[in-house]
Design a protein around this ligand. Structure first.
Ligand SMILES: [Zn+2]
Length: 213
């Protein structure tokens, strides 16, 4: 039983990078494409966004676990994956989805503190420099750490490399700079998920920012 993931050439052009790790499917199974495809390592199979029955985003699952939930009748497909990947098993062929939804609502305890990760901070600031609006590639501490600034949502901002370099360990008042927008900590459960994601899959954005700050 093969375990290679195949995909058509179209997605290779987008330069996708590995995001997930597949776990064994009970009873085996082979992941392939509908048409002629190209084999890629299992680790590059895309993750699947799991929604609660209420359409609230819960987690990003390994593709194969998502398929197991579909086959087991625990979830339904909301969006199929545009790459048209399929899992083939004995006598059946299941398209790999991009977004699935639980049939039964599950209650998740609410925690308000969202961990600040690089990915989540970049997402909050839309990958734009907080000082000049250029494409951001770094994170800057507005009050430098050397001057007591904290590593937190309210003191960190996405920054382009030139601004970060020019700012160094100075305060905004010393440079006459201003932030383009106030820095606030995002709230809501989907932000917790966003802070854990390495990549946003197709159709995911519709569900990830329902309660964005
Ligand atoms: Zn800048």
């Amino acid at each position: 039983m093969g375990t290679a993931v195949r995909e058509n050439s179209e997605c290779r052009q987008r330069g996708s990078r590995p995001v997930g790790r597949l776990e064994p499917v009970p009873g085996g199974g082979e992941v392939g494409s509908h048409g002629p495809g190209r084999s890629v390592p299992l680790s590059s199979a895309p993750r699947v966004l799991l929604l609660n029955a209420s359409y609230e985003a819960l987690s990003a699952l390994p593709a194969r676990r998502a398929v197991v939930m579909l086959v087991g009748g625990k979830a339904d497909v909301v969006h199929e994956h545009p790459r048209q990947l399929v899992v083939r098993s004995v006598g059946t062929s299941v398209p790999v989805p991009s977004v699935i939804r639980l049939r039964e609502y599950v209650r998740i305890p609410y925690r308000s503190q969202i961990p600040m990760t690089r990915a989540a901070l970049m997402h909050r600031d839309q990958h734009r420099c907080g000082y000049c609006n250029a494409k951001a590639t770094t994170i800057d501490h507005v009050i430098p750490r050397s001057r007591g600034g904290e590593h937190c949502w309210e003191n960190c901002v996405a920054s382009c490399a030139p601004c970060n370099h020019r700012k160094a360990d100075k305060l905004l008042s010393e440079l006459g700079w201003e932030l383009r927008a106030p820095l606030v900590a995002p709230r809501g459960r989907t932000w917790r998920l966003v802070s854990q994601l390495r990549e946003i899959g197709p159709h995911w954005e519709d569900y990830l920012f329902l309660d964005a700050a």
